[in-house]
Every structure is written in C-alpha cells, then in structure tokens.
Design a protein. Sequence first.
Length: 597
Amino acid sequence: MDATILARLCRHAENTPDKIAYASLDRGDTLDRTCTYAQLRDRVLSVADELSERGYAGQRALVLDTHPLDFFQTFLGCLAAGVVAVPVSVPSAKNAESVVAIGRNAKVACVLAGAREDKLREGISAGLDSVDWHQVGDIATRAGALAHRSFEDIAFGDRDRIAFLQYTSGSTGAPKGVVVSHRNLMANEAVIGHFMRMHRNSVVIGWLPHYHDMGLIGNLLQTLYQGGKCVLMQPIDFIQKPGRWLRAISTYAGTVSGGPNFAYDLCVRKVSQEQREGLDLSSWEVAYTGAEPVKSSTVSAFVDAYAAHGLRASSIFPCYGMAESTLFITGVMQGDGAHRLDLDRRALSIGDTVQPLASDSTEAASFIGCGTAGVYNHVAIVHPDTRVGLADGGVGEIWVSGDSVAQGYFENPRLTDEVFGATRVDQPDGPAYLRTGDLGAICDGQLIVTGRLKDVLIVRGKNHYPQDFENTAQAAHPALAFGGGAAFQCSAPYEERIVIVHELTREGMKHPDLMRIADAVRAAVIEHHGVAVSEVVLIRPGHLPRTTSGKVRRRRCRELFEGDGFEPVDSERTARDQSGSNQAGLNQIESAELSEA
C-alpha cells in the first residue's frame, strides 16, 4: 500500500499523465483552468524544491490562497517538501486576526500565499513576527521535475510523519490544531473510497471550501487518491446561485458531490423551475450530506424536487465525521440511500434506550441514520459520566478508535489526553478512544446523532436538545431566518433560564411588531416541549455566531448574550437601516455558513 498521498500522485502521473485531474469553473459556469496529473506532479515538485532550498522542511507554513487549484498545488508541495501545511481560510482585510491567531498557535515559519492575497500581507505579517511571506505564483514550474531523495523518503517512507494541521473552532471552544499524519490521511481516504465505492472514473463536483476538511479531504484529496477527476467552483458562486452546483453535475456528469444539509435546502428553496429545466442528474451516484445534522424533511424535499431530473433516492449518502478523525467516521454504503428512524423524543436522555414511534405521533422525533463505521474504525456508545459502554439503542457519547483518528491537538497535551486518550471502564485493556462530544445511539444498525453533549439543556431534571427548540422556533413565524436560531441555558446561578437568539429574514426586518414574533416563539416552544423560554432575542441576518463549517456556536451565543454582546433589532432602527444593512447581513451569513465550510 502507498505510504502517502504523494506516492499516489507519482503513480497516476506515470500511468495517466495526460488525464485531466482538476478543472476549475469561472463564476461556477465557464471552464477556466485544467490540470493534468503530469502537470500537477511537476508543479508540486517545483514548489517542494523551492521550499526545501529555503530550509522549511520540518517547519509549518500557512497556506493562504483563494483559488482552489493554486491552493492544492501549494498544499501538496508542502507535503512533498516535508513542510507541515496549515490550511486557512482567506480572511477579509479587517479580519486578519483569525489567521494571525492560527499562525501564532502553529508557530509557522512562513506564509505561502496567492497573488490576490498580497493585500493581506501587512495585516498578517504585523501579527506574526519574523515570518517570511512568499507569493507561490513567483515559483517557476519546471516541466519534468524530478524528486529529490528527501521527497522520495516522504512519498514512500514514514507514514507517521505529520502531514498537516487542521484548525477547527468546533461548535464550542477555541480553535485547535488537529495533527493529521500521513497514516491518518491514507486510512481515511481508504474509508471514504470504500463506502462511496469511488474509482478512477469517478467525477467529483466540488464547491466546498478547499481549506476545510470536507472540501480538502473529501473532494481534492479523495480525487487524487483514486486517480479520478474533480471539477471545482468557489463557495460564493454556489451561494449566490445554488443552481450552478446542479448544473455542473449535469454538464460534467458528476458522480460524487455533496455538502451540509443547508446546501440541499437552498437547492429546494432557491432554484426555480426555470433554472431546473434541462438538468440531468442521473450520473449522480453519491449525494453526500454531513457536517451538520441531516434532516429527514430536507432529504425528502430534495429527492421530491429533483426525481424528475434523474436524481435517485438511493444516491443520498448521509455520513458523520469530524476533523479529529481526519474527516469520515461513518456512512451508508453507496446505493443504500437514507434510512429514516422515528423515535420517542421522551427517551433521548443520556442512558435512555431509544423507542421507535409511528411517524405521525406528536412525540416522534425523526432522525436520518448516518450508517456504520465498517471494519475501518470502531464506534462505541459510552455513558459520558461512568465511561461504561452502552448496548445498542442506548443514548450516550459517541467514541471512536482506529487509524483515521488523528494524533491529537498541536502542542496541547492536556486536551489531547482528555479528548484522544479516553478509555472505557468496562474495557480497561481496550484501545484509547476519541471522545467526539456528540451524543447518539446505534439503532437498526445505524448511528444516529442526537446532539452535542455540551449543548444539552436540562430543565427540571429532563434533557432537551437545543436543535428541537430551534426548529420549533423557526417554524413559529415566517419572519425568522431559516436555520438562524440558537437555544441555550444561562450560566450559574440561572441555569434553568432558556434563551433563544434568532436571526430575522430580510423581509422580517421590516415587520412592524417584533414583540409578536417573540411571543410566537415562546408559545410554540411551550406548546411543543412544555418549556418556558425566558427571553427571545431577535438579531439581524448574518449576526449569529457560527463555526467555520456553518454550525451554530451556542456557547459563544451564550457568552454574547450574558455580556450584552448582541444588538437586538427594534422597529425604529429597522426603518432606518433596512436599505443597506439587510444586504450586508445576507452577505455575512452567506460567508459565515461557508467561511471554512
């Protein structure tokens, strides 16, 4: 087996040198650039030679490039030179501190940037003392470049060498650098390929941010692992016109493509019948959905909307993963489709055993199964307090072991031991586990994810999941933005207080009676859940804190609420600001949903 992804690159460049490996679309519509496997190899080795000559081997480098193909060539160049790549999102000129914080934490030796990122040099360099800045475009590509001995060692040698750091903010806590080795990466690519049944003829259509684990590992690197083809567009091109994604799948006969749940919602709500004309989605074998809870209503609506255009229900591919396990943990087998489970919401507390219910029951909560781990990883459901494994159907924390589990957090041994070194009381001689912080159960052979451990709301001794309150709140009034709410409890001594912060839509900003919207939320939550909401805070579009993958940061919402950090909307200000800030708010939420992805 190849030790690293670089060995795969060499193999494909030798066997299929003229095959187009990657293509990029201009504004999501027009073919812009292509790159064959031989061209990719030559470019990667040229970048690697330059980095080696400058003495960066064994050090860390920020990789900062808006263009996905340029970024990927630089990323692989780092791996080929033995430089630990640190992929980051490209910030705005006013928000460079996010990248500076990562650079400091990773102790980077240099920044490898694209030409368009040069405008950020002053802001980032000022925060990173004694760090070199290089425009990678200035490095000449030498056709037929040969690998140095150092490159051969990395491509075919030590699998346990660090490949890159994945920085993740998570839905709670500060950003952390997940240490991913070549062994972790290759193991995870094998898992993805197995469940998705990918091969050299697979065509990946990718709009997810290239620096985020799902876009980088699931789209770019999985394509390279298989020797397939990947057609890329920018996230903003999808957000502005979701139909571009579907049109690209149709035009280039895409077989594998996907994104978080909200992407499928957008394609149902924002793509008109006219824009759907002529779409042929019959080639789409794997429509993966992950990174956030998969909603059964979304799956049904998407399949119903596009069945007439060749989409098969069996192509829906729910999956579960996280950066701490490189990316992929569980999934269905390609072709099996989504499996819906309707469970009694009253039996979803930690230690409960899930109980099936009829879908039309008022107490039923619908879940989409996220498949299994197969033989590649081991998933256990463990009581988070007693650390004892639970039988199938038991609700507890999801623990994972296997070669895909990363090495830990960069230079953070305490947190690494706490998160990556968990052991089960009932298996003292068993493996060390990754504690995911997610709650779930194994039901009908499927992993279901019920929520985040730290987000669980406890009211009068009963557990509630915040997403249940958020979904109920959103449905309470049309002025509330889709997926724009956060439910949380206050800190001591007010733990029993439930607060819901929710974004308004652009039209909702014009509503003359915001109190009526808040009252509708309170009434809906008490009707459906029997819980009184202490306060409803309505905010502008785009002002809800999210992770770089679009998940709601509930703990950050609580901190802002308790520190009066939210600026509530009032009718007076609405009339004054609606002309300009609504569009700005929309832009902000669009970038927030996909700022990493």
